[in-house]
Design a protein around this ligand. Structure first.
Ligand code: SF4
Ligand code: SF4
Length: 183
């Protein structure tokens, strides 16, 4: 089977964006067997690779799996063909964000974006800013409120971000990255 022909443009798109030769996958399933969050996925990591080979763009980009993946790299170190599956998952998340498909997990992409916005504006993570931004985007204000209060009482959530001297450099990194992504 000529996977390049069979998989059409989606396979080429993922190969080009990730730099990974995922045509080499021969479905041994070692990646899925070692994935700690496979139980929560709608398609297993080895199946993701197969769907890409077959050009199933919507199936992959609207899956829960790409957002459930915790980027732990267990799959990448287990693959006998040295395919970096974690890197492919990362590539798929980026493609999904720029695609016409609704994400398979609604809240996780919002959390990713709120997390990065907080790092960019504060220079490091500040849980309260992250929670407020996440809640304002999901408009789900009361879920986990009791847990949040408990964490605040235990001093796990600070009202003000801690002082950090490298904030300017962090902003410059974000700006350089965003400029590079636009060109
Ligand atoms: S471990 Fe590698 S070769 Fe085996 S199924 Fe996963 S990606 Fe394919
Ligand atoms: S990187 Fe993602 S897909 Fe790979 S083992 Fe970890 S959680 Fe599973």
């Amino acid at each position: 089977m000529d996977l390049n022909q069979k998989g059409s443009s989606f396979l080429s798109e993922v190969v080009q964006a990730s730099g990974e030769t995922l045509q080499a996958c021969y479905q041994c399933q070692k990646c899925s067997a070692g994935c700690p969050v496979a139980f929560a996925m709608d398609i297993l990591p080895n199946q993701v690779l197969r769907h890409i080979q077959y050009g199933h763009r919507e199936k992959v980009l609207s899956s829960k799996t790409i957002w459930i993946c915790a980027s732990c790299y267990s799959c990448s170190v287990r693959c006998p063909n040295n395919i970096d599956i974690a890197k492919i998952m990362d590539t798929l998340r980026t493609l999904a964000l720029h695609s016409e498909f609704k994400p398979g997990e609604k809240d996780i992409p919002i959390f990713h974006s709120a997390f990065l916005d907080t790092i960019k504006s504060k220079g490091r993570i500040h849980e309260l800013s992250l929670i407020l931004q996440f809640k304002s985007k999901t408009r789900d204000f009361f879920k986990d409120a009791a847990l949040g209060l408990k964490m605040y009482r235990k001093g796990k959530i600070k009202l003000l971000p801690s002082k950090f001297s490298g904030g300017k450099e962090i902003k410059e990194i974000f700006n350089a990255f965003e400029k590079g992504a636009r060109t």
